[in-house]
Design a protein around this ligand. Structure first.
Ligand code: ATP
Length: 361
């Protein structure tokens, strides 16, 4: 039976440097939970704390209701997959996968069926007698995966497992991992810096920056409703625009003036005044004829990308924003020099406070 994992206000310091800065999150049983963030944000450090390779200085980590802070790594009932595979080069595939079972003193007659079952799950049972040097990168990673799941761990930890593979194989392997994880229903904590991979593979994602949690949410909510400017900028493409709230009605309708030259009204969740930042995804801009009320601009560049066209639009204040238009919705690609007006659905865009730390919409 797989565990829930509770990370409760944990801290890790290297000298004066705080690598993990009071992080808390609750991971559900059977959930695929991803730690995502830029290089150095602390994701590997946190994963190693869960694994038992790094000590926990402050806070607690619990598997179900049990605090595991002082339990040794090999007694935590976890399976682990690393970026560099960490498989033994002198052993066959079979022996690599059997290793963990032998170390756990599983009965001899159980070993072969369990190894074969694990190899079958990752679809490499035909390679069982090969040595790692006779395998491709993708096959080696499958061995690492089989070795992690054969012990039937309660928690599966993966640290950038796909980053040594080429782009096509990465996409194939992430589908295999996702299906396997759902079939086995193992609580999984996955570390990556690749936002697309995180969005594709996870039930929920924790976005980390400088050792702190920026947002924990489903991939869809992370993309559609970023809680701060960092998340809006880190995930997908965002156009950021400066502006200010010039008036706030009693029903929370804000009158917003953008520096790029447009005024509009929208309801906010919080009362606010003064400077704000607005974030609009390229696909949230609607490109209209220049006579329509909106942000006036001129197409400065287009990139035809098959299912959509990406435009750079120059606004009167010199700012360049990106706007996408789906090819199925248009007859002609707009050309540089064309004057346009950009509008947006105020329910879809995000408004942040001036420092970008808080979403107001
Ligand atoms: P990456 O994607 O580059 O692996 P990460 O988010 O996994 O990054 P960590 O490896 O957790 O980052 O490191 C977090 C920070 O802690 C980094 O700034 C790193 O330099 C620092 N750090 C990690 N291990 C040590 C150590 N043993 N001693 C000192 N500083 C360390």
């Amino acid at each position: 039976m797989s565990h829930t994992v509770k990370i409760d206000d944990v801290v890790k310091r290297y000298g004066d440097f705080v690598a993990v800065d009071h992080i808390s999150c609750d991971i559900q049983q059977g959930e695929f939970f991803t730690l995502l963030g830029p290089s150095g944000c602390g994701k590997t450090t946190l994963l190693r704390m869960i694994a038992g390779f790094n000590s926990i200085e402050e806070g607690r980590i619990l598997f179900d209701d049990k605090v595991i802070n002082n339990i040794e790594a090999h007694k935590r009932d976890i399976g682990m997959v690393f970026q560099n595979y960490a498989i033994f080069p002198h052993m066959t595939v079979f022996d690599n996968v059997a290793y963990g079972l032998k170390a756990r003193k599983v009965k001899k007659e159980e070993i072969t069926p369990r190894v074969m079952e694990a190899l079958k799950l990752v679809q490499i049972e035909n390679l069982k007698d090969r040595k790692p040097s006779e395998l491709s990168g993708g096959q080696q990673q499958r061995v690492a995966l089989a070795r992690a799941i054969v012990i039937r761990p309660s928690v599966l930890l993966m640290d950038e497992p796909l980053s040594n593979l080429d782009a096509k194989l990465r996409v194939q392997m992430r589908t295999i991992i996702r299906k396997l994880q759902k079939d086995l229903n193992i609580t999984t904590i996955y570390v990556t810096h690749d936002q697309e991979e995180a969005l594709a593979i996870s039930d929920r994602i924790a976005i980390l920056n400088k050792g702190k949690v920026m947002q924990i949410d489903s991939p869809e909510m992370i993309y559609k409703k970023p809680q701060n400017l960092f998340v809006a900028g880190f995930i997908g493409t965002s156009n950021f625009m400066d502006g200010k709230i010039v008036k706030m009605d009693d029903d929370m309708t804000a009158h917003i003036q953008l520096d790029a030259g447009m005024e509009f009204k929208m309801k906010l969740k919080k009362k606010a005044e003064g400077p704000i930042k607005m974030s609009v995804r390229p696909e949230q801009f609607i490109i209209n004829d220049s006579s329509v009320y909106g942000l006036k601009g001129e197409i400065s560049l287009y990139t035809f990308l098959g299912d959509f066209v990406n435009y750079e639009v120059k606004l009167p204040n010199g700012q360049i924003v990106e706007a996408n238009e789906y090819t199925k919705d248009i007859d002609f690609v707009r050309k540089p020099g064309q004057k346009v007006s950009l509008t947006f659905d105020t329910e879809k865009i995000s408004i942040f406070n001036a420092s970008g730390t808080e979403v107001l919409s």
